[in-house]
Design a binder for this molecule. Structure first.
Ligand code: SF4
Length: 154
């Protein structure tokens, strides 16, 4: 079984609570970017690691340590999540660093297809900016405008 690892976007997992349902579903079914693996020799997911989070403008090089954590378990392929590939401006810098550090590691850019890529990007933009549904903050308590959940709401 080919050992594979996944490198994901820290923001989508940690802040947006992505449980990677698309990544795992495609891996299990050998679909999407996992269709290259045969039924007789399916991929074995060794582990998942995230990029380490933004800001990355001057720090994309640190991805080498992230990948090292997976490489030490003998992965032969590293999949970058489809989220990372589509929304991260540092994807190619990550790829360059990983290729240089681990020349024998196969890098696959993506995990799953998108049904509607533009809708996905619009959704990520909203989750980032939170304009349609503005989150409540401490000032909402200070200015006595906070909305509070009650048992009757259920
Ligand atoms: S650097 Fe890219 S992959 Fe990492 S948290 Fe920021 S946007 Fe996501």
């Amino acid at each position: 079984m080919p050992k594979v690892g996944i490198l994901g976007c820290d923001v989508t997992t940690r802040e947006m609570d992505c449980v990677m349902i698309g990544c795992f579903g495609n891996l299990r079914g050998r679909q999407g970017m996992f269709e290259q693996y045969s039924e007789d020799d399916p991929p074995e997911l060794v582990g998942i690691i995230s990029c380490g989070g933004c800001p990355t403008a001057v720090g994309s090089d640190r991805v080498w340590q992230k990948v090292k954590a997976l490489k030490e378990y003998g992965i032969e392929a590293l999949h970058l999540t489809s989220c990372l590939v589509q929304v991260c401006p540092f994807t190619q810098e990550f790829v360059t660093t990983i290729r240089k550090e681990y020349p024998d590691l196969k890098i696959v850019e993506g995990t799953h297809p998108f049904h509607d890529l533009q809708a996905f990007k619009n959704g990520i933009k909203e989750l980032t900016s939170q304009r349609a549904v503005t989150p409540q903050k401490m000032n909402d308590i200070v200015f006595k405008r906070i909305k509070v959940h009650t048992d009757e709401d259920e």
